[in-house]
Design a protein around this ligand. Sequence first.
Ligand code: CP
Length: 362
Amino acid sequence: MKHLIDPTDLSRKETDEIIALGEEIIAHRAEYSERLKGRKLATLFYEPSTRTRLSFTSAMMELGGNVLGFSDARNSSASKGETVQDTIRVVANFADIIAMRHPIEGTALAASEVSPVPIINAGDGSHSHPTQTLTDLLTIHRERGSIDGITIGFCGDLKFGRTVHSLIKALSQYKDIHVVLIAPNELRLPGYIKRDVCDRLGIDYRECTTLEEAIPSLDILYMTRVQRERFLDEEEYERLKDSFVLNAAKMSLAKPDMKVLHPLPRVNEIATDVDDDPRAAYFRQVENGKFVRMALICKLLEWKQDPAHDMPQRPVTSVPEETRCHNRKCICNTERIPYRFYRSHNGDIRCCYCDSKIPVSE
Ligand code: CP
């Protein structure tokens, strides 16, 4: 069975099939209006969301299916101490497919390990957000006609930005991708993504500290919000929150066909004087999110019985018995999930659930 926990769970071919189906649905919406009649999607949102939850709901309704779930875990039995894995075992009796968001990293993977129905990760802490990635890929494809060959700048919070981590991983499956990383020192892209994804898979990247320096070379500018909810130190958030602001003056330095994407919500990082610029694609991107989620739900239900689409094996390595993941925001430290580790391509030992590097004495 296929779940979507991380963008790399999809092969390039599977990703392309989802993007192509998204395009097909946009062109022939009426033909899909009863495609999933009688099927049910559960949306389990333990963390706030506007776009992701409502676009999943809208997607399932446009396919003729039904939706159940919760948007606030305080109204679920999680508030009585029920574990995520028990909740999944229960909800799988009521739904054909589950989309879930949780503030703790690795939760969707832990859910998939006990689920008899496909699990879609709708965001796990600052770790991964693969359906935003599919939204971004469909948007780039629609705006430019192709994903191969782009120069894309990621700007803002590249440390905690799960949408950035996921999109870079997905872009590693495309050809001739150039990445420009624009972030303050404190919010730079995690080293494991630079090493294990960019270096190993051949994404050319450079880092810079001003938008003005980066913007003239870009085909896509991917702006992100500095995420208050991920900071342990409020003072640091206040110091960094307005590090980069895109406005009409900076847009005048960009190519005439550069496109601006943002997963949204925005706070201050894009001035409203950019909104009417035809290169501002972020509200079109929201609409694409619904179509690509329609395509994803159809494909995961179609692939459920097909062993050719089973999940790729996640490698596990043996480590000394006392080895622990030290990430307080990892599911294996918040629920009774056994620790599991893998060896990354540069030899580091990492947690299977959150990808944190583990200091191991061997
Ligand atoms: N882009 C995104 O994930 O938005 P929401 O948090 O509103 O779902």
